[in-house]
Design a protein around this ligand. Sequence first.
Ligand code: ADP
Length: 255
Amino acid sequence: MTEPIVTFKDIHKSFGEVEVLKGINLDIKPAEKVAIIGPSGSGKTTIIRMLMTLEKPTSGDIIVDGNNLWKMDKNGKLVDANEKHLRSIRGDIGMVFQHFNLFPHMTILENCMTAPIQVKKENKETAKKHSIEMLEKVGLGDKLDNYPNQLSGGQKQRVAMARALVMRPKVMLFDEVTSALDPELVGEVLEVIRDIAKEGEMAMILVTHEMDFALDVADKVLFLDEGVIAEQGTASEVIEHSRNERLQSFLKRFR
Ligand code: ADP
C-alpha cells in the first residue's frame, strides 16, 4: 500500500476554552484530491493552517511525507517545533489563500521567482525559467512585467497558484480561493485548478463551497461539522447520496 503523504492522528485544537477540532483522523495519499466542505466555523481553515504550521495542534500528530510537523523528544512526545525542521517540511507544502497575498511591490514574475531563489536556493536563471513556464501554464505569459494591482482578481489568483506551483510542492492547499472573487471570475480560477488536478502529480486539499467543482475534481470529500469529520467518502457519496441530515441541510444552501 502507498504511504500517505499527509496523516492527521487524533488532532485536537483549542483556542482558549473552545475546542474547535475534536479528534481529526485523516490519511491523504500522494496525488489524492480531497475537498473539505462544511459550515462556517466548523474548523476547515484551522486544518489547512495547521498543515502550513501556522497553528500548532493542542494534541495529536501531523505527519507530512514521513516527518512529524512537530519535533518529538526521545520519548516520542510532541515538543515545540524546530524552525529549520519546519521550513524544510513547509517547502513540501504550497498554499493559495482566499486573498491572494501577492507582494504588491514586485512584478508578477518577481512574485514567482522569490521563493525558489530564497528557499530552494535556485539560481536566478533557473528560477526565472521555471516561473515563466508556470505563469504560461496559468495563462499569464503576457503579464510577466505587470504588477499585481494591474490585474483582475482572477488573474491575481492565478499568479498565486503559479507562485505556489513553482516550488513543486508535494501537497497543495487551496483555502476558499474563489470566495473573494466576482462571480464572473470564478470559472477561470477553477479551470486552472482542474488542469493542475488532471496532471495528477500532487496531493491537493481544497476547502470549497463549489459543490459541482468538488464533484468534478475531488477523489474524496470530507464534511466537517463542529470540529469532527461527520461524513466522508467519494464526492458522489457525500454530495449526492448522503443521508446525514446536517449535511443535507448544509448542501441545500448550495443547490
Ligand atoms: P471554517 O474555516 O470552517 O469557517 P475556522 O477553522 O476558521 O472555521 O474556525 C473554527 C473556529 O475556530 C471558529 O469558531 C473560529 O472563530 C475559531 N478560531 C479560528 N482561529 C482562531 C484564533 N486564532 N483564535 C480564536 N479562535 C479562532
